[in-house]
Design a protein around this ligand. Sequence first.
Ligand SMILES: [Zn+2]
Length: 286
Amino acid sequence: MTSTTTANGCLVCDGSESETLYDGILRCRSCGYVFADMNLSDEELFQLYNEEFFTGAEFSDYASDERFFRKNFELRFRELQKFTDPARHNTLLEIGSAYGFFLDTVRARFRSVEGIDITDAGIAFARERFKLDVVQADFLAHDYGARKFDVVCMWDTIEHLREPQKYVEKIAAHTEPGALLALTTGDIESLNSRLRGRSWRLIHPPTHLHYFSPATIKLLLERHGFEVVYNRPCGFWRSFGNVAYNVLVLRQNQPQLFKPFEWTGLARLGFYLNLYDIMYVIARRR
Ligand SMILES: [Zn+2]
């Protein structure tokens, strides 16, 4: 393994030395945090999340899987509710709100729900279809003034961010003690990740830039004033279409093999799977 010095230090522990874990993937020698070895400009990042992200580049057709996203969000919310107090947790912000399926699923349970996302297609859909309060912006660049939120959610989002530590820091600034931060992300130290190595489906630069473990996500959150109160592997509903698209089109570049899934309607059917390689983390602001 080669050791390199990271210019700005590890974003989790400030350590300055990293080593190569896989091709293009580095690991901090001090804390074990794993990250993609690349620097994206603002422009490159916005390019990645244009309309095609949800309709071809990363998902075959995100909106058509609405039923399965909602099932997942119901499951996530059922766990989150074990930590929420209806008298204390009234306002919710979702960072990376995509098409608004989560916000629409839980809106009746909060006084207010709102979202922020950089993709124009998702924001337009959430506004038109659900009349949700969502803004198209980068959370770091958006001015929330002195506003505070009681619950902040980031579903499958933190791994996409260029500077996740700044997000956590800003979330801390817009929450009061007792507020909750809930997120899901891959677990690089899970058995499935170790077995699959560089081929683990969540190793996916340049959209996935960060690969946390229970230890490194805890370090990051604690450093910015959050205590982890829950961390468990979570399963998910998926459509056969979504899985087939990922494997046949994105990985193997065989779009003709994907067609039968659409013709037969198999793409619209779904299943539940828990590979124990996605962490569901809930943290409470100190
Ligand atoms: Zn580190």
